[in-house]
Design a protein. Structure first.
Length: 230
């Protein structure tokens, strides 16, 4: 009987010691995983890639070229919510980076059709700027809506930006693309926030001339985008 009790006690001791070992080793395993994740992140971050992607997105978004459009929309809407437009456009770009093709497939839309829709909106905005006539219905009490359409989409996070992000995903690390998007968002916010100051700097005559010039450029860009998707 004593032998059986001793054996039982040893087995019980071994079984009860296993959870204790796991508890002791758990912080070590967690620390190792955190260290590996940090090392993987640091190895993925490439400043050359970040610079390249930042410049590519900056050229495609062309927020500086959109200044006359922004000023024109601010006059019609009464105000532009710079923070809202920046957050919405940034969320759209990051979401499209991971779920772009899946989102379009969910609605039965391909990238080409998405690009054509964005090109059509840009074309109509360009006509507004050149002709000085309202094609879209502008309501001063819905300035937040104006901050989303057409500023967040399609001016900032338009079809060209979205298709560019999908192309960049095939050639660059995702973490570098996200960092480049964030850098562009900071610059976009500063431009949207300073639109009133820029308008005062240009003056009424300068703003009117730039609006017509960039309206023509916007139409040309929309036609180019439309032709490239055919």
């Amino acid at each position: 009987m004593n032998g059986r009790k001793t054996g039982y006690s040893k087995q019980f001791a071994i079984k009860t010691s296993l959870p204790q070992d796991l508890i002791v080793n758990l912080p070590v395993v967690t620390a190792d995983c955190s260290l590996q994740t940090a090392n993987l992140f640091m190895h993925s971050v490439n400043f050359k890639e970040i610079l390249s992607v930042t410049l590519i997105l900056f050229s495609v978004i062309d927020i500086l070229g959109s200044i006359p459009v922004i000023i024109d929309l601010r006059k019609k809407a009464g105000a532009i919510n710079a923070r809202r437009a920046t957050l919405v456009s940034g969320g759209m770009m990051i979401a499209f980076l991971y779920l772009g093709k899946e989102i379009l497939k969910l609605f039965g839309v391909d990238v080409a059709s998405f690009a054509v829709a964005g090109a059509l909106i840009l074309f109509l905005i360009g006509l507004e700027m050149i002709l000085g006539r309202n094609i879209f219905k502008h309501d001063t009490v819905h300035s937040n809506a104006t901050s989303i359409v057409p500023i967040a989409f399609p001016m900032i996070a338009g079809a060209g930006t979205m298709t560019t992000i999908l192309s960049l995903k095939a050639a660059y690390q995702e973490v570098n693309i996200i960092i480049a998007i964030l850098i562009n968002l900071v610059f976009i916010y500063l431009v949207l926030r300073s639109s009133a100051w820029i308008e005062g700097l240009l003056g009424a005559a300068g703003t009117d001339v730039l609006r017509k010039i960039f309206g023509l450029i916007l139409i040309a860009i929309s036609i180019k985008l439309f032709r490239s998707t055919l």
